[in-house]
Design a protein around this ligand. Sequence first.
Ligand code: SF4
Length: 178
Amino acid sequence: MDWPALQAAVSSCTRCSLCETRVAAVNGRGAENAAWIAIAGMPSQADEQDVQAVTGEAGQLLHNMLKAIELTPDTEVYVTNVVKCRPPGRNPTGEEVIACRPYLERELALTGATMAITFGQFAARGLMMGPAARGQVMHYGASRLPVVATYHPDDLLRKPEDKAKAWADLCLAKASHG
Ligand code: SF4
């Protein structure tokens, strides 16, 4: 699957029951050849309305977080979600995470990303499909993609006092990748 085929497949996907309640499936966005991949958990209501991953104020904060570690978001980072459709007022189930995984795998393959940051607790656990924690470099999949977990921008907007911990996470990611 190339990018257009992937995007079309996500937009019309019926692989799990979230297709019955979603307003729109939300594809990833950003650089197609990206060394870095930013992975949130699932689309917010605003993302679903804009049909854009991590949009609005959260998207602006994400942009600033990436720039703070000297990345150029538009050319170096691809932004996506573990699960492409918003569940109705709950986290996605394990079955839904598994159903959606081929799309994330394809995004990883097409971008060629060599470093991942997950944003929010669900994103970390959803990507790793098990326990995950901040403050360490985890590794995902057969390629052992390095992964660092941090807070979702929406969480930081609600709780700005966590920004110092998020900064430490971003510095760890940057130091791990160079
Ligand atoms: Fe398909 Fe993923 Fe949406 Fe489920 S969450 S319907 S697998 S795109």
